[in-house]
Design a protein around this ligand. Structure first.
Ligand SMILES: NC(=O)c1ccc[n+]([C@@H]2O[C@H](COP(=O)([O-])OP(=O)(O)OC[C@H]3O[C@@H](n4cnc5c(N)ncnc54)[C@H](OP(=O)(O)O)[C@@H]3O)[C@@H](O)[C@H]2O)c1
Length: 209
């Protein structure tokens, strides 16, 4: 599969390593020129393609966005229209500044991303796990219920299935939290599954039927 990743920091680079490790072609972009990604390319080889943000968007069948939430307005909507876009971002007022609609819980950070990217098929995933755990804890040899859970939320069942497949491939248990609005809230900072190392079985017990 072709995967784009926008953001080459802790989460973006970690996901690039994991996805290349299971055989995908990955285009990665950051705020700077593609030349700044040469070290990652040297590490990962020809399956890693340094790219501009627009090119990473066009490249991916799935495009992961791993940038500070307050920069989402800079994403190029046309390049991401029709794409499965995975939102790993979190809203932290201390870093991102206060957004009153989020502080009043009138909407969620991922729904704001969806508003900025009309036509994108948005899935919220990879936002609940610390990047070191993400880098080190995937284990394809384990049964699904014993693997650590990675959560996903969204309103597009086919897009969620595609992202669940990726989560499975990198050795985690995909656990569906529900819709973009309701499930997305269950994955936000402060929720009972956020930043906790839960197995798939434990996660499903917490989330309930
Ligand atoms: N760190 C974690 O363990 C963790 C876990 C789950 C979720 N998250 C969330 O995931 C997101 C990324 O976190 P992170 O820790 O990976 O951040 P990070 O290490 O600070 O990396 C951020 C990356 O985003 C790039 N970037 C910033 N603005 C951009 C823009 N407008 N267009 C393209 N690229 C842009 C930066 O580019 P340059 O390299 O060119 O500066 C950098 O590569 C955040 O929303 C965070 O809350 C983080």
């Amino acid at each position: 599969m072709k995967i784009g990743i926008i953001g080459s920091g802790r989460i973006g680079a970690t996901l690039a390593r994991l996805f290349v490790g299971v055989g995908h072609e990955v285009a990665v972009a950051n705020r700077h020129t593609p030349e700044t990604l040469r070290a990652l390319q040297d590490e990962l080889g020809s399956a890693l393609h340094p790219a501009s943000v627009e090119d990473a968007g066009h490249f991916g069948d799935i495009v992961v966005v791993s940038i500070p939430f307050h920069t989402i307005d800079q994403l190029p909507a046309p390049a991401l229209a029709g794409k499965i876009v995975v939102d790993s971002n979190n809203y932290y007022p201390g870093r991102d500044g206060n957004v009153s609609a989020l502080d009043r819980d009138e909407t969620t950070s991922t729904e704001l991303l969806a508003q900025h990217l009309p036509g994108a098929r948005i899935v919220k995933a990879f936002n609940t796990m610390y990047f070191v755990t993400l880098a080190q804890s995937g284990d394809r040899a384990q049964d699904e219920g014993e693997r650590l859970a990675l959560f996903l939320a969204g309103d597009d069942a086919e897009a969620k299935q595609a992202v669940a497949g990726l989560i499975d491939e990198i050795g985690f248990a995909p656990v569906d939290t529900g819709s973009l609005a309701g499930g997305g809230r269950r994955q936000q900072p402060g929720s009972d599954i956020y930043n906790r190392e839960l197995t798939g079985a434990e996660a499903r017990q917490i989330l309930g039927p």
